[in-house]
Ligand binder design. Structure first.
Ligand SMILES: C[S@@+](CC[C@H](N)C(=O)[O-])C[C@H]1O[C@@H](n2cnc3c(N)ncnc32)[C@H](O)[C@@H]1O
Length: 406
């Protein structure tokens, strides 16, 4: 922190959406990771800066600061590419209504705190809807995303790979529009059903893109039965294409050097990865018994031809009943944490975002258990931040951001 005499005329300003204490703490952690000397202003919305070793690096990587002396950060420009009303659903983050997503800004800040450099590799063994992967990609960091769910595998791929097939996706959209306008009368069977249209697409990235549009259509239809599915599919594809076009424009305008992404349908308890091979881990495992990921995505699993009762056994947190459910969860998580330990390089860090769920008025101490397992494996707990959560009041009020050093 600065004394008054050390202050110079530099100021960094927080994004307007920053409103929680944990975000302010992460913002301070970010400044420290850039070796910046600072003091917080009275409003708590901006910081005075004395020492700023690398202004360019700070402006291109920061997550919580929208500008430095009124020069906008790259993240300010990235997050403005948003077709949704939700501030953190910019670019392709919004694809698919997945419950329990990470807050992307938090992930970007954690990359800074963990000092993960462009070209290094991060692992998220519970990738879910792909938030870690998209944020890594934007910083030039390579990401390995693992999930046991085929739905998550597909969404993560589409969010991060569609820019590579932008023109095929655009051509397919134009064709869909022409079919709907009756311009290809001999090919009307293409529109017999949404599935039929998607199945006939040859290019793999392009097909995956429209598959996700189909999954979104199914989840919309579950809520609004009356609308014509082809029309809903068309509307969703149009919005998704707009976001991919935005992403392509952003890459070209700012000459972004994207990180590579690779996704695998695997079990986090048995990673098919080499020991000591990743430079960092950021993940949120299933929250004990708080959310049923199989039930949540059952419409999508059925579109992908998967039987939910068959795949259930592979999902952590939904196996077993009553107390045995919790015991199974605990032993599954020990295995998953041991695997993370095996693949993480010595000297690097692992971030686990997890909360204690309440079952029959009893709190299940998942956070404490996680700390105990990592401590036994020889890690030190470097940070433990409380993060408030909304929408799950009766099951969980807060989660913890646990940062362990190997
Ligand atoms: C809390 S969510 C992750 C959400 C993610 N952070 C995001 O931003 O979307 C946990 C994920 O763990 C996955 N999962 C459950 N059991 C698993 C297993 N055995 N191996 C790998 N992934 C599993 C679920 O499918 C779910 O996507």
């Amino acid at each position: 922190m600065l004394t008054k005499t050390e202050q110079i005329n530099s100021e960094v300003k927080l994004f307007g959406n920053v409103q929680f204490i944990y975000e302010l703490v992460l913002a301070k952690m970010e400044l420290e990771s850039f070796d910046i000397e600072y003091s917080v202003n009275e409003s708590l919305r901006s910081f005075d800066i004395a020492k700023l070793p690398n202004q360019e690096n700070f402006l291109s990587r920061t997550a919580y600061f929208e500008n430095l002396n009124n020069i906008p950060s790259l993240y300010k420009k990235i997050t403005s590419r948003n077709i949704t009303r939700s501030i953190n659903q910019y670019l392709t983050h919004w694809f698919y209504p997945y419950k329990g997503k990470f807050h992307p800004q938090m992930i970007r800040a954690l990359f800074n705190y963990l000092q993960i450099q462009s070209g290094e590799t991060i692992l998220d063994p519970f990738i879910g809807s792909g938030t870690t992967a998209l944020e890594a990609q934007l910083l030039g960091i390579n990401c390995i995303g693992i999930d046991v769910s085929e739905v998550c595998y597909l969404i993560s791929k589409v969010k991060t790979n569609s820019t590579n097939s932008h023109s095929e996706i655009k051509n397919t959209f134009n064709y869909l529009e022409e079919l709907l306008d009756g311009k290809h009368t001999g090919e009307n069977e293409q529109l017999q059903s949404v599935s039929n249209f998607v199945q006939n697409i040859k290019n793999e990235n392009c097909k995956n893109f429209y598959w996700v549009a189909e999954l979104i259509t199914h989840s919309d239809r579950a809520r609004r039965r009356k609308k014509n599915p082809i029309q809903l599919f068309y509307n969703n594809s149009k919005k998704m294409l707009e976001s991919v076009s935005d992403y392509v424009e952003l890459i070209n305008k700012f000459n972004l050097n994207l990180g590579e992404t690779s996704f695998y349908i695997q079990d986090a308890r048995e990673l098919k990865l080499q020991s000591n091979s990743v430079d960092g881990i950021i993940t949120s495992p299933p929250y004990s018994i708080a959310l049923d990921y199989v039930e949540n995505d059952k419409h999508s699993f059925s579109v992908l031809g998967k039987k939910t009762d068959e795949i259930r056994e592979n999902f952590i947190g939904v196996r077993g009943k009553g107390n045995s459910k919790i015991e199974m969860y605990n032993s599954d998580m020990v295995k998953a944490y041991e695997e993370m330990d095996r693949v993480l390089k010595p000297g690097r860090k692992c971030v686990i975002v997890i909360g204690n769920a309440t079952l029959n008025k009893q709190e299940i101490k998942t956070v404490e258990m996680t700390i105990e397992i990592f401590t036994k494996m020889g890690y030190s707990l470097e940070k433990n931040l409380d993060k408030i959560i909304f929408g799950l009041y009766n099951i969980m009020q807060k989660e913890n951001i646990l940062i362990f050093a190997k």
